[in-house]
Design a protein around this ligand. Structure first.
Ligand code: FSX
Ligand code: SF4
Ligand code: F3S
Length: 360
């Protein structure tokens, strides 16, 4: 297996391969003993090809994946998925690109995975997003039903995103509004965390089905818990220590950002545990509140972003403490366990990286 991993077909090293699979297994909540199964599925010749469609979006989802300063994770994803069509990274263009899409649809009908990035404008016959002379609506209507599974990558493809913000001039919608038939999963976030995508893909390759989801179609492994219940500033919230203004003393001390607009109490995502990039940060850790980018209609529903999220009881505000001490204790323990889980995986990756350097 080691030779095979480091071998001809894969551009990433065995170390990166194992690190990525370990990270994905941890994010999925699988035990370390499952890593070999994920690796086996990732190197299998039976992996379905992937067709990656770009519609109405900023390409931030692909950028986040490719420029993750976990650069290895981006490379690993491109290695694991057999990418037959992706308008941003493919070498072909024009008619050649369109032909490669048609060839994939002909050869792998019912077998490929379709990833959609971006919303689909539906007003005026869908004319606000056209590729190769065809509307995004037409392309999705042709490609989507032929896919074995569809992954809506990012908040735009999941729920319409900023394009769908009021007054939604182009009639932008997410994939689920237009497509029924193949199993569909949403990986929201603007942009989403590459780990959530990697975990979903490896789950699909390994178990031949998409992971379990919530009512919004988001995988529970990544979107099953509130940001607020995993946040490292939660103790400050519970003790009533808040930033009142950006730049004040409380801000410098790292207190809770709820009063300056943090949407963590109303947002479901794994950001505090998965974090972004090799420098291990996420919005709250660098001093800005969560703006709820994984939630449907967040541009409208979560704003104004710098005012308090309504409907949250603040400890010591006269409304009583939100949880009793036991519940808080369990929540904090849960947070710590989740954070340790993912960071242990990152640690394993780093140790492997260190060992590799020593060997070199
Ligand atoms: Fe949307 Fe993705 Fe936000 Fe951008 O492609 S989720 S605008 S980061 O890029 O679709
Ligand atoms: Fe963290 Fe925001 Fe919750 Fe405060 S309100 S504990 S900063 S998620
Ligand atoms: Fe988005 Fe909030 Fe995470 S803004 S990136 S869901 S911390």
């Amino acid at each position: 297996m080691a030779e095979q991993l480091a071998g001809q077909r894969y551009k990433v090293s065995r170390r990166v391969f194992l690190k990525g699979c370990t990270l994905a297994a941890t994010a999925l909540g699988l035990s370390e003993s499952m890593v070999p199964r994920l690796v086996e599925a990732a190197v299998s010749s039976e992996r379905p090809p992937v067709v990656w469609l770009h519609f109405q979006e900023c390409t931030g989802c692909t950028e986040a994946l490719l420029r993750a300063s976990h650069p290895d994770i981006g490379r690993l994803i491109l290695d694991i998925i057999s990418l037959d069509y992706h308008e941003t990274v493919m070498a072909g263009s024009g008619r050649q690109a369109e032909k490669s899409l048609q060839d994939t649809l002909d050869r792998y009908s019912g077998k490929f995975v379709c990833v959609v990035e971006g919303a689909i404008p539906t007003r005026d016959g869908g004319i606000y997003c056209k590729i190769g002379g065809r509307t995004a609506m037409d392309i999705l209507a042709e490609v989507g039903p032929k896919a074995a599974a569809v992954i809506a990558m990012g908040t735009c493809a999941s729920f319409g995103g900023i394009q769908a913000a009021k007054p939604n001039p182009t009639g932008a919608v997410g994939v689920r509004e237009l497509l029924s038939g193949p199993p569909l999963i949403n990986i929201p976030g603007c942009p989403p965390n590459p780990i959530s995508f990697l975990g979903t893909v490896l789950h699909y390759f390994t178990f031949k089905r998409l992971p379990r989801t919530d009512q919004m179609g988001r995988p529970l492994f990544a979107y099953g818990r509130k940001i607020h219940d995993q946040c490292e500033r939660r103790a400050h919230f519970d003790e009533g220590r808040f930033v009142e203004q950006f730049g004040d003393d409380a801000h410098r001390k790292g207190y809770c950002l709820y009063k300056v607009g943090c949407r963590g109490p109303g947002t479901f995502s794994n950001c505090p545990a998965a974090r972004f990039n090799d420098v291990d940060v996420w919005p709250v850790s660098v001093g800005h509140g969560c703006i709820g980018c994984t939630e449907p209609d967040f541009w409208d529903a979560m704003g104004p972003f710098y005012e308090r999220l309504p409907g949250v009881t603040i400890p010591g505000s006269g409304g009583g403490i939100v949880h009793d001490a036991g519940t808080v204790g369990k929540a904090v323990l849960g947070v710590t366990a989740a954070a340790i889980g993912v960071h242990a995986a990152v640690g394993i990756g780093r140790k492997l990286a260190g060992r590799k350097k020593e060997e070199e």
